[in-house]
Each structure stands twice: as structure tokens, then as C-alpha cells.
Design a protein. Structure first.
Length: 335
């Protein structure tokens, strides 16, 4: 068996290499994304693993199918970058990672606390020897209503962690879960938007959820709402976010994910001149200039524990499918 691994970070390399050695798999690997310029590396490989920035559009899938690929195994949880229906029509299995939700969930609690305690302003002022309390009065979670949109593994873990803070928790999802009902009340979309002081997004990026945080929906939120997006950038319409922040509808915005970040995140752009108005990255720079807007480089997932599981998932999914014909990592066929 031979597999190709793309987007391999230095921390993943020894894990992927070790597993391949243990399973007797021949491995070719690169830190580069899978795209038209790198796809030839996968010639003769029955499985291909990658993270979330690779190009898995139809022409690349065609090439992989011609090269003998039977399994596409993303190491990340998100699978929105893979044209799953087309890959399946070419006889391929489509898999994704399934690391513990704690890393992203803990990061989300941190983000909420940073926003409600005005951390960015406090740090900036302190760095400037301004030790006043002006503009720094916070809120306590026990007095707030937190709305969790998306109650899959990550949303559920966020709810569980938040339950110890004594806040009222509202939940929204088209698939409801009994575990969630222990701590939160399921409500409809308009109610979660209207009644939450803090809204945190944990739904997958699907046709139905793309652009869900539109201007219309931002307008339905409470004045001064805290909005957290540690999921996928494209859940939000950037102009709606800008409108919300400029008009003080959004009291604080924390984004670990930003629309159009593929090819930007996890890379150094310190020497680049950002000047083109209209580009998502330009808008991001504008948003980041507000003292109540936080941006981090899609790192909520990045813990030692999760990184190790992700590397394992990629190799295991391919190995299990090719040796046993099944794996727990396959993306459900209806998604
Ligand atoms: C995921 O696992 O879906 C993530 O968001 C992290 C990944 C892009 C590296």
C-alpha cells in the first residue's frame, strides 16, 4: 500500500511516518497543499491525506482517480473543501478527522471571557503604561445568555464547559441532542439571535449554513452582542460583520476563522503589502483595527492532543478502508 500525505506540518511528520512504518505503508509526503502543481506526487497512491487548504475540486479528483486513489482522508474535522459527491461518483471514500472537541471548546470559552472582559483593550493600554480602568468594565457569565449554534461534538462540549459558569444557555441545531437538553434549551433561529448576549458558532459549513450570519441576521441580534466564530469563516458574511461592528450592534467579535483564508492562514505574510480594497484579507485587516475585534490564525484546534489524533485519523482511515473495507472516519453519505 502507498499513500500520499499533503500539508504535513513538522509536528505531524514523525507521527505519520511512524504509523506508516508500523502498518507497512509506503509514504510520500510534503508540507505543500494538494493542487494542480503537486498532484503528480500521488501517482500510484491508493490513499491521499491532507488538511483543510488543499484543492479537491473536480479536475484534481479526476487526476487522483486516474492515479488509483480510492480514499481521500482529511485530517481535519471540516470537510467543506472536498467535493465529496464528485469523489464518491468516482468510487472514492471520503473521510475526515475526529479529534477530541476539548481544544476548540476550551479556546471558545477563553474567547468568550476575553471578549466580555475587554482583554484586547486592557492589554493594549497596559502595554502603553495606561493603567486606568476606563472602558474596561466587564460582565460576568452568570448574568448572561449564551447562544450555541450547532450542537455537534464541539458545540456540545462548549455547552458542557459553560454550564459551570451559571449562564443561561440556548442552543440551535436542526439535529437536536438529548445530552444538550441537560444544560441548554433548544430554541429556533430567531429566538437564539434575539435573546443571546453571546453567540458562538459551531455548525459545519454546508450549503444551508453558508453566509448564515448575514446582515439580516446580525440586525436580529441584541445590541452589543458578542459573536464568536471558531468554526468556518464562510458561515459569516464579511460585510455584515463590518456593518455590525461599525454600527456597534456587535459589541465584540472573535474570529479564529475568516472567509477566504485558504492560502493565507498558517503562512507568513509579514513581508506582503496589503492594499487591495475589496479583498477578504484587506477587510480582515480593517476589522482587526477595532479594539473589540479579535483575530487568531485558525488555531483553536491546535493542541498537542488534537494534532496527534488528526495525524492518526488520516493514516488510519486509509489503512482501515483498504484492509477492512470500513472505518469510523468516513463522512456520512448524506453530507
Ligand atoms: C478542522 O479540523 O476542521 C479545523 O478547523 C482545523 C484545520 C483547518 C487544520
Amino acid at each position: 500500500m502507498k499513500i500520499a500525505a499533503y500539508e504535513v506540518r513538522p509536528d505531524e511528520k514523525p507521527i505519520i511516518e511512524g504509523l506508516c512504518k508500523e502498518y507497512g505503508i509506503e509514504l510520500v509526503s510534503t508540507p505543500a497543499n494538494l493542487d494542480a502543481s503537486t498532484v503528480d506526487m500521488a501517482e500510484g497512491c491508493e490513499g491521499v491525506t491532507m488538511l483543510g487548504q488543499s484543492d479537491l475540486s473536480d479536475p484534481i479528483i479526476d487526476k487522483l482517480a486516474d492515479y488509483g486513489c480510492q480514499v481521500l482522508a482529511a485530517r481535519c474535522v471540516g470537510f467543506d473543501h472536498m467535493n465529496r459527491h464528485y469523489a464518491r461518483s468516482k468510487g472514492m471514500h471520503v473521510c475526515h478527522g475526529s479529534y477530541a472537541a476539548n481544544g476548540v471548546a476550551e479556546y471558545t470559552v477563553m474567547a468568550i471571557l476575553m471578549c466580555i472582559r475587554n482583554y484586547k483593550k486592557a492589554q493594549a493600554n497596559t502595554d502603553d503604561n495606561d493603567f486606568t480602568l476606563k472602558g474596561k468594565m466587564g460582565r460576568e457569565l452568570r448574568s448572561l445568555t449564551v447562544g450555541v449554534m450547532g450542537t455537534g461534538k464541539i458545540g456540545r462540549t462548549v455547552i458542557q464547559l459553560l454550564s459551570s459558569f451559571g449562564c443561561r444557555i440556548l442552543a440551535y441545531d436542526i439535529f437536536q441532542n438529548d445530552e444538550v437538553r441537560k444544560y441548554a434549551e433548544y430554541v429556533d433561529l430567531d429566538t437564539i439571535l434575539a435573546e443571546s448576549d453571546v453567540i458562538t458558532l459551531h455548525m459545519p459549513l454546508l450549503e444551508d449554513t453558508k453566509g448564515m450570519i448575514s446582515k439580516e441576521n446580525v440586525m436580529k441580534m441584541k445590541d452589543g452582542v458578542v459573536l464568536i466564530n471558531n468554526a468556518r469563516g464562510e458561515l459569516c458574511d464579511v460585510d455584515a460583520l463590518i456593518w455590525g461592528v461599525e454600527n456597534e450592534k456587535i459589541g465584540a467579535l472573535f474570529m479564529d476563522a475568516f472567509p477566504g483564508e485558504v492560502g493565507i492562514i498558517h503562512l507568513g505574510h509579514d513581508a506582503d503589502i496589503i492594499r487591495t480594497e475589496g479583498m477578504p484579507y484587506f477587510k480582515l485587516k480593517y476589522l482587526r483595527s477595532f479594539v473589540n475585534v479579535y483575530h487568531t490564525p485558525h488555531m483553536a484546534f491546535f493542541t498537542q492532543e488534537a494534532a496527534e489524533s488528526m495525524a492518526r485519523c488520516g493514516v488510519d482511515a486509509i489503512y482501515e478502508l483498504l484492509t477492512k473495507g470500513e472505518t469510523q472516519h468516513e463522512v456520512p453519505k448524506n453530507m
